[in-house]
Design a protein around this ligand. Structure first.
Ligand SMILES: NC(=O)C1=CN([C@@H]2O[C@H](COP(=O)(O)OP(=O)(O)OC[C@H]3O[C@@H](n4cnc5c(N)ncnc54)[C@H](OP(=O)(O)O)[C@@H]3O)[C@@H](O)[C@H]2O)C=CC1
Ligand SMILES: O=C(O)C1=N[C@H](C(=O)O)C[C@H](O)C1
Length: 252
């Protein structure tokens, strides 16, 4: 048998971390060498001989965790939200000094979600209007979701390439927030509702028709195949990759 990947999970006592610990423990080609929660020292990663981290913590702490990993040549698979353009640029700079280390920042590990976002970007070139509704459990700390931000960015890129303007919006006055927020010219609406896990709809409108692309994660188990895929591929992709689609051949 080939050597097992030595994996540490950060945020191991959180909703996602608990699932990731189980998934890594169940994977024959991986061994869990550390499971860190808030307050645990990152030095533990070195003492445990971690070659890979999975970061499922909180937006405030993820950057420091990932930078520590990269500085020590540890590959990182990151699901935590909060990676804005300036954090990404600064991480890219660090990775240039740490040739050979790979980082995957995946706003969503569910394969269906990755596909839905890619389909939405593809379809958005053919519709006048496009808006995103993301729906999550009420304990989610951030809004809009990382997935919605990423989807909006992909849509904006596709529409720009096609020479299309932002969706028409003739609203003159409204209560603050009535039209959601705007990400790269795409309106995003955030719903928080007890009973939900993670869901997203992209609404595409043209004269007399609507296309709705919806993805639902009913259980956090939906994210685990993507986490394991990321761990298996990240070392072969040195530098920074944003989006699990970077490791997939979607052929779109
Ligand atoms: N990419 C994807 O597919 C997915 C991404 N996510 C994202 O993952 C992140 C985690 O989500 P979720 O599991 O629901 O959140 P939780 O709040 O349930 O879990 C976060 C955990 O991180 C812990 N934590 C905080 N700071 C540190 C630290 N410095 N070191 C180690 N652990 C720390 C928290 O501890 P404490 O409770 O003590 O604060 C908590 O246990 C969010 O950003 C979420 O948006 C979620 C689902 C899927
Ligand atoms: O916090 C969550 O739950 C989720 N966070 C990620 C996001 O912000 O997009 C991924 C998924 O939507 C679940």
């Amino acid at each position: 048998m080939t050597e097992q990947l030595a994996v540490a999970v950060l945020g191991a006592r959180g909703r996602m971390g608990i699932e990731a610990v189980k998934a890594v423990e169940a994977a024959e080609d991986m061994k869990l060498v550390a499971a860190l929660g808030r307050g645990d020292s990152l030095e533990t990663l070195l003492e445990a001989g971690a070659q890979y981290i999975v970061d499922l913590t909180v937006p405030d702490t993820t950057e420091a965790n990932v930078r520590f990993a990269v500085e020590h040549g540890i590959h990182a698979v990151v699901g935590t939200t909060g990676w804005d353009a300036s954090r990404l640029d600064s991480l890219r700079e660090l990775l240039e000094q740490q040739q050979g280390t790979g980082v995957l920042i995946a706003p969503n590990f569910a394969l269906g979600s990755v596909l839905a976002s890619a389909f939405a970007a593809k379809a958005s070139k053919y519709f006048e209007s496009v808006e995103i509704i993301e729906l999550h459990h009420p304990n989610k700390v951030d809004a809009p979701s990382g997935t919605a931000v990423r989807t909006a960015q992909l849509i904006a890129e596709a529409r720009k390439e096609a020479g299309l303007p932002s969706s028409p919006d003739a609203t003159e006055s409204a209560l603050e927030g009535a039209r959601g927020c705007e990400v790269d010219g795409v309106r995003v609406h955030s719903v928080r509702l007890r009973g939900l896990v993670a869901h997203q709809e992209v609404l595409l409108g043209g004269p007399g028709e609507q296309l709705t692309l919806r993805h639902d994660s009913f259980d956090r188990a939906s994210f685990m195949p993507g986490v394991l895929l990321g761990l298996r591929k990240v070392a072969a992709h040195p530098g920074l990759t944003v989006g699990l689609d970077g490791y997939l051949d979607l052929g779109l």
